[in-house]
Design a protein. Sequence first.
Length: 81
Amino acid sequence: MVFAIACSAGYLWATYIVPETANVSLEEIDAVFKSPAARDDMQLKLQVSILSIDFLEVIRRDFQIERNLGLHDLIREIVAE
């Protein structure tokens, strides 16, 4: 009798309280359960995106400097010979 009640309670708990996790990424599951790993992951992704934007700005600036110095035209002339 105790086992039957425990199984019934477990079934009801799993059916109505535990959220569905089929076809859900691990990051979304972390967010649903509000784990600290989800916060750390979001902060890390934000830092990476900020660094990549800064890196692209540096590349864009260097490209413009090379073009202003005429390095691109010089390389085209060397390759064309």
